[in-house]
Design a protein around this ligand. Structure first.
Ligand code: NI
Length: 172
């Protein structure tokens, strides 16, 4: 296991545009492994390379569904549903903060895997939210740029109207 330090808001690296990943080499595989280790250690559902100080278009995510760990290199959203979802969102680079953010309900993303093979994935709900959030990092964007409102400390610790119904939440 190799953990990398997570960059926090205030560091300019989070506001930079990331470069395309050109090489599908050993260094990329180390980066992907370190990013996954770091994400799981921090109890996150997604992590983008700039969050560990690397300005490359690389993200990892695991929202706890059947997809398990997803690695995306040079991802691009090719479809955003008109239907939206409004809910709670946080970021490992903004510790102790949460906001209500509106995102598409469903997105399709095309990307390359660790071997450079073209892949496509369609996700809804939390996965769609996570894809939008992580890909935004690659262009220096944070959820605070698009949020509906920031939650207070009290709201962070209790249910808010935007939370999913309790029965739905407990399903998995
Ligand atoms: Ni984030």
């Amino acid at each position: 296991m190799a953990y990398r330090e997570i960059v926090e808001i205030g560091n300019d690296v989070l506001r930079k545009h990331c470069k395309k990943q050109e090489k599908f080499d050993h260094r990329l595989r180390i980066l992907l492994k370190d990013m996954a280790d770091t994400m799981y250690e921090a109890d996150g559902v997604g992590l983008a390379a700039p969050q560990v100080g690397i300005l490359r278009r690389v993200v990892v995510m695991d929202v706890g569904d059947d997809n398990g760990l997803i690695e995306m290199v040079n991802p691009e959203i090719t479809y955003r549903s008109e239907e939206t979802q409004t809910g709670r969102e946080g970021c490992l680079s903004l510790p102790g903060r949460q906001a209500v953010v509106t995102r598409p309900m469903t997105v399709t993303v095309k990307f390359q895997d660790r071997n450079g093979e073209e892949q496509e994935l369609t996700g809804s709900g939390l996965l769609a939210r996570c894809i939008c959030h992580e890909l935004a990092h690659l262009d220096g964007e944070l959820y605070i740029d698009v949020m509906d409102r920031e939650l207070t400390k009290e709201e962070m610790e209790s249910r808010i109207p935007e939370d999913p119904p309790e029965e739905a939440e407990g399903e998995e």
